[in-house]
Design a protein around this ligand. Structure first.
Ligand code: SAH
Length: 257
């Protein structure tokens, strides 16, 4: 049996209880060494075989899984954050499926949640933005043209931009071409939840210089939007006049839960 486990954003105690139980039981752990905190592996049992996938190809990963599976071993494939985002798990799952190898997925706390906690931010605020766009700049991995930063920026929704810290000048241009003003609040969160975490507040205009000043070139998320500063409406959910399934309001304003 193979389980794809989300390791969480970095801090060793931000893996799920289920994920940690799986790590304790594993005979083989294949972890994404470029971003997974190695301290997470300290709970592994004696004799557990550990592979760092940063040095491996997909074929090599599959070979380790295949061999382990034949020997009836418990295998954990440990991915950073939650494996559903930029995790390259689909190609692994498809290969396992084709070979009739059973697998499951155990979710994790994505770094975009770790970054919100570090910022003490709420990505969705009434009247400001009720949507979060999770995206990236095109790098070696292309992004379909219809999903350009510029087109998403035109919605003025909260944006969380992965894998783009090395392209902040281009990112600024794209955000502004899409309609964000130079002064729109932005933030750079480096290694959210790790001991070396850094939270830098800036604006769309100053993204590149802010990162350069702190020498941040990778392992960061860029957050853009007016949720980071300024006015908003209080929520209806906790408003005294709002009726919900659980609580009767003073006046009958009923709305979505
Ligand atoms: N599956 C992961 C994302 C993997 S892609 C998740 O759910 O978080 C790798 C990118 O994620 C990095 O380039 C960086 O942009 C971001 N990232 C991962 N961990 C991070 C962290 N602790 N702090 C800030 N950004 C992080």
């Amino acid at each position: 049996m193979v389980v794809f486990v989300g390791a969480g954003p970095g801090a060793e105690d931000l893996i799920t209880v289920r994920g940690q139980k799986l790590l304790r039981k594993a005979d083989i752990i294949i972890y994404a060494g470029s971003l997974v905190n190695p301290e997470l592996l300290e709970v592994k049992k004696e004799g557990c075989e550990v592979h760092n996938s940063a040095y491996m190809t997909l074929e090599e990963v599959l070979e380790v899984i295949r061999k382990g599976e034949k020997e009836g071993k418990q295998i954990v494939r440990l991915h950073t954050g939650d494996p559903c985002l930029y995790g390259a798990i689909r190609e692994q799952m498809d290969a396992l499926e084709a070979e009739g190898i059973q697998y499951e997925v155990c979710p994790g706390v994505s770094s975009f949640c770790g970054a919100a906690a570090a910022l003490r931010a709420e990505y969705t605020l009434p009247d400001i933005s009720q949507s979060v766009v999770i995206t990236r700049m095109a790098g070696r991995t292309p992004v379909p043209e219809r999903e350009s930063i510029r087109s998403f920026a035109s919605h003025q929704a909260t944006m969380v931009i992965f894998l783009s810290t090395g392209m902040l000048e281009e990112l600024r241009r794209e955000l502004m071409a899409g309609g964000y003003s130079a002064k729109t609040p932005a933030a750079i969160v480096y290694k959210a939840t790790w001991p070396e975490e850094k939270v830098l507040h800036c604006t769309v205009e100053t993204l590149a210089q802010t990162a350069a000043k702190e020498e941040i070139t990778k392992t960061a998320l860029i957050i853009v939007g007016n949720i980071l500063e300024g006015e908003y409406q209080r929520s209806l959910l906790y408003h005294p006049e709002f009726t919900t399934e659980f609580r009767k309001g003073r006046k009958e304003i009923t709305q979505d839960e």
